[in-house]
Design a protein around this ligand. Structure first.
Ligand SMILES: [Zn+2]
Length: 142
């Protein structure tokens, strides 16, 4: 299973967890856009997951990139559910200290291992696509 491609996904390693008293195996895959995504064996084999959610839904991603553009000088975005406060930051340690959070938990949220921490959610700032258009200095084939 490991190293096997399913659409845009390549299987990296198994992820096991207990669910309802049963051990469930899912697969940590990496998408062609380098985003990790965890998929069940069933969803891989029946072809219902062939990319990460952003590649599957590019419009959603585009909207997020546009939203993130105001934070583009930062690496990470913290969102406080209550009040909808959004704050960009680079340094997890400083950010955690400022808001009385646990840096380990912030880090786990950023890695996708934890969903929320003290009412905050965290994610990496989406970078705009470096499309083919960025190359102004076109060298014409002679
Ligand atoms: Zn993707």
């Amino acid at each position: 299973m490991i190293g096997k491609p399913f659409g845009d996904l390549v299987v990296q390693r198994p992820v096991q967890r207990m669910r309802g008293g049963q051990l469930e195996t899912r697969w940590r895959c990496i998408c062609k856009c380098n985003k990790p995504v965890t998929v069940s064996t069933e969803n891989l084999e029946n072809g219902s997951m062939t990319s990460c959610f952003d590649c599957r839904d590019p419009q959603k991603r585009a909207a997020r990139v546009e939203h993130d553009s105001e934070f583009q000088n930062f690496k990470y975005l913290g969102i406080k559910k209550k009040g909808g406060l959004e704050e960009g930051f680079d340094n997890q340690f400083q950010f955690s200290k400022k808001h009385g959070l646990s840096q380990a938990s912030v880090s786990r949220c950023l890695l996708g291992r934890q969903k929320t921490h003290k009412g905050w959610t965290f994610r990496k700032i989406e970078e705009p696509d470096n499309g083919a258009d960025t190359n102004d200095d076109k060298s014409e084939p002679s």
